[in-house]
Design a protein around this ligand. Structure first.
Ligand code: NAI
Length: 302
């Protein structure tokens, strides 16, 4: 007998298969985290090369965790739970939970959500890892706005403890609670944000710090190293402000600043980021940003 999904409230234990869309900086780490927690994972991106690269990064990260004695299973068992998929097709139609981590653009995210709505079973929850965009607007591309939610991991997802769960206007309490509990099951400390506000809470706070730093640079009042030294050695941050921007990707920060402009939040960093993006100086991923990294894609403390 087919279950009547509209009446069916999913429980945490019903989530068995997870679809991660986007295998970049965040997506590969999110896939790693889910597979480490025993979930079957589909990892989707636009080319097999990107997916192979993501699998290599996951293996590298698992090796590091193994060296520190933090893995409960062997690496190949964890990797065997990840299936890579180019594009999105009916193969993923048995996923119970999807999380999207593609580029921070509302038009592209809405296309993905519309496709997910078509492909995934009615009970499936559709989450986005967006840093700044409106959950309500993303949910409008689907016919299941009650099951669309923000699940915001931080970089790198395997190590960062916080997860921000964000509700859109129509997200049901059950969906938000299930996502919150899922984050806990992954070993994280979630926070619940009940209002769909641009940038949510974490990036609103971080945005202020980054903005203040950009103003100091633009007025020639301080240099990157001075600001980063203060962040690290006075404020106790694990990384400097510009080091963090290099680490997360200057392009990502640029898109976040631009999307916040649409909500009337002006960032003094846009010009600075734009200059770097034009030169393809995107940070760790291209080997040069505010600092230089001898091996592109590999972070080293500046
Ligand atoms: P990224 O640029 O490293 O990766 C995005 C990936 O999505 C790329 O591999 C790209 O090929 C893929 N992609 C693009 N269109 C696609 C499609 N139609 N189907 C499947 N894959 C597609 O971006 P990153 O940094 O991983 O960011 C992803 C999301 O996570 C963004 O919304 C960003 O704002 C958010 N985020 C980023 C953080 C960071 O530190 N980089 C932190 C927290 C959230």
């Amino acid at each position: 007998l087919a279950p009547v999904y509209s009446l069916y409230l999913m429980r945490l234990e019903d989530i068995k298969k997870v679809l991660v869309i986007g295998a970049g900086t965040m997506g590969h780490g999110i896939a790693e985290l889910f597979s480490m927690s025993g979930y079957q994972v589909y990892l989707s991106d636009i080319s097999q090369d990107i997916l192979d690269n993501a699998l290599n990064k996951i293996r590298w990260s698992l090796e590091k965790l193994q060296e520190k004695g933090q893995l409960k299973e062997d690496i190949n068992t964890i990797l065997s739970r990840i299936k890579t998929i180019v594009g999105l097709n009916t193969i993923v139609s048995d996923a119970d939970f999807a999380i999207e981590a593609i580029v921070e653009r509302i038009d592209l995210k809405r296309q993905i959500f519309s496709k997910l709505d078509e492909l995934l079973p009615p009970h499936a929850i559709l989450a986005t890892n967006t840093s700044s965009l409106s959950i309500t607007k993303i949910a409008e591309a689907t016919k299941r706005a009650d099951k669309v939610v923000g699940m915001h991991f931080f970089n790198p997802p395997v190590l960062m403890q916080l997860v921000e769960v964000m509700k859109g206007e129509k997200t049901s309490d059950e969906t938000a609670k299930l996502t919150y509990d899922l984050a806990k099951k992954l070993g994280k400390t979630p926070i619940m944000i009940n209002k769909d506000i641009p940038g949510y809470v974490v990036n609103r706070i971080l945005g202020e710090i980054i903005s203040a730093s950009c103003i100091l640079i633009q007025r020639n009042l301080a240099d990157y190293l001075t600001i980063d030294s203060i962040a690290r050695y006075k404020l106790g941050f694990p990384m400097g402000v510009f080091e963090l921007i290099d680490y997360t990707g200057i392009d990502v920060n640029y898109h976040v600043s631009k999307s916040l402009e649409e909500y009337g939040i002006k960032s003094p960093c846009v010009t600075l980021f734009e200059e770097k993006v034009k030169k393809n100086e995107l940070g760790v991923k291209t080997g040069k940003g505010f600092y230089t990294y001898p091996v592109p894609g590999k972070y080293n403390k500046p």
